[in-house]
Design a protein around this ligand. Structure first.
Ligand code: GDP
Length: 465
């Protein structure tokens, strides 16, 4: 900020007024995260479209005071821009399709011209508030836990997790190597590749906390030597040995990859939304739900005040004071079940707050659909009237009605078996199909249809406007 201010000063008085006001325009940095396919790209695209055309944003109290909303060049030149226009075109084309999801960090600045509220309304003109949206993979957020671990500690935990999630191939690869022997690069590469495959398989099965996050989503580090390490059982690590080199690369990953990410992106956020595919976890079964619950606690602890102090001497670090946990794709459920989905997420967040002894940011749980792809109806089935949702299937393009199963009114009927390590759900089966986005006919002033996206914006942004 000092740098930018100095720039403005040296540019002469003429444009100084403009630059100085820009420097002091209030800015809200909103982080959007969640594991791959949680719905980040769709969320940001629909949020921005609905902040630009606010016809559906009845639940967003500042909407009526916003004169205009427009995209501007973002403040950080080195971060890729979130490809809003391309993603919106995908969703709103004549043959709509889902955009490509988040692979790395990106940013978008939306500027809102807002009239003041309350007593100031008649006295002050509108002001501009910049909303900087930072999209980043949840996989990278979980890497924060690595910072306080040594290579041996991390290895022990990583090997244990793989045992839980079945990784015979990696165990077999380990059996073939002597970690105390001299490093041979092909061995390191094979181990890293086999370990990466094991992580991917565990993720598909519903495991959440899998590190290093860049092995799952490498971003710009695809193929880089920074990612050629893997966990090894404890033992001797003579100079030049495989084990010694793996430990060195692990430390380099922490200092060269994890730490800069937290310093440059995470530490500068004001607000955070964590998107969770809760329905997807329920469909996968109790183990996946339990993983999600544990992950919410890990994520929350990243937002604990002071959590980062030891990590970085943070110049101008901000503090996230609101974290929204949102269960995405709620349009897979009839609205009569939304409250139950929210109650399940709410119970997970509550439990995480208690476990993490979390007294920092305000948290909230919501069920949302950033882009509604279904319509609701009642269907007769074996003499019963079932509330279903109908849409066009992603695979095959056929219209289909979905009854995903009835969520229990009491969240403990989901969370308790999950915590107890049950193999499956006793009471019901849950099924989900994937729908394609529906063709849209938008009236002027309206953004794409959603469920409770306005409520999400209210919690995350309203008090700053
Ligand atoms: P990202 O990897 O977190 O960026 O996830 P995306 O935003 O790309 O979403 C992943 C997939 O989830 C999409 O391709 C859609 O299939 C689905 N999806 C995301 N949001 C919604 C939604 O609001 N409704 C429905 N029905 N599906 C969604």
């Amino acid at each position: 900020m000092i740098g930018r201010f100095a720039d403005a000063v040296t540019r002469g008085v003429g444009d100084m007024t403009a630059s100085v006001t820009e420097v002091f325009d209030p800015t809200v940095r909103l982080g959007v995260t969640g594991l791959s396919r949680a719905g980040k790209t769709v969320f940001i695209t629909s949020l921005v479209a609905n902040l630009m055309d606010r016809g559906r944003m009845a639940g967003f109290s500042p909407a009526a005071r916003i004169d205009t909303a427009f995209l501007q060049p973002q403040p950080d030149d080195t971060i890729p821009r979130f490809e809003y226009e391309r993603h919106l075109a995908a969703l709103t084309s004549r043959t709509p399709h889902w955009p490509e999801g988040t692979r790395a960090v990106s940013e978008l600045r939306l500027s809102l011209k807002v009239r003041p509220a309350g007593m100031l309304a008649g006295m002050r003109g509108p002001r501009v508030v910049h909303l900087d949206i930072v999209d980043y993979p949840g996989e990278w957020l979980l890497d924060l836990g690595l910072m306080e671990k040594t290579y041996d500690e991390w290895s022990a935990r990583a090997l244990n997790r793989l045992k839980d999630w079945g990784a015979e191939a990696y165990a077999a690869a380990l059996a073939d190597v002597d970690p105390a022997a001299k490093l041979e690069e092909p061995t390191a590469q094979t181990l890293a590749a086999t370990y990466t495959e094991a992580l991917k398989a565990a993720r598909r099965a519903g495991a959440y906390d899998l590190t290093p996050g860049r092995f799952l989503l490498p971003g710009e580090l695809e193929g880089s030597p920074a990612l050629t390490f893997a966990p090894l059982p404890p033992g001797d690590a003579p100079r030049g040995s495989l084990r010694r080199e793996m430990a060195r690369r692990f430390e380099a990953y922490k200092s060269k990859v994890v730490q800069p990410f937290f310093r440059d992106h995470f530490a500068r956020l004001d607000r955070q939304v964590v998107l969770l595919d809760v329905l997807g976890a329920i469909r996968r079964g109790p183990r996946a739900v339990e993983e999600m619950r544990a992950a919410i606690a890990d994520i929350l602890s990243a937002f604990k005040p002071g959590a980062l102090n030891w990590l970085l001497s943070l110049l101008g670090a901000r503090r996230v004071d609101r974290v929204l946990f949102a269960a995405t794709k709620a349009d897979h459920l009839h609205h009569t079940q939304h409250a139950r989905l929210t109650a399940i997420l709410d119970a997970m967040v509550d439990d995480a707050r208690r476990r993490a002894d979390f007294a920092g940011a305000r948290t909230e749980a919501l069920s949302i659909a950033a882009l509604r792809a279904t319509v609701e109806e009642m269907r007769e089935h074996r003499g019963e009237s079932l509330p279903v949702v109908r849409g066009r299937l992603l695979e095959g393009g056929r219209e289909a009605a979905l009854y995903p199963g009835e969520l229990p009114p009491d969240p403990s009927h989901i969370l308790t078996p999950a915590m107890q390590g049950a193999e499956g759900w006793l009471e019901a089966e849950y099924d989900i199909m994937e729908f394609a986005p529906a063709p849209l006919t938008l009236r002027p002033g309206e953004g794409p249809p959603f469920i409770r996206l306005d409520r999400a914006a209210e919690f995350l942004l309203a008090d700053r406007l």
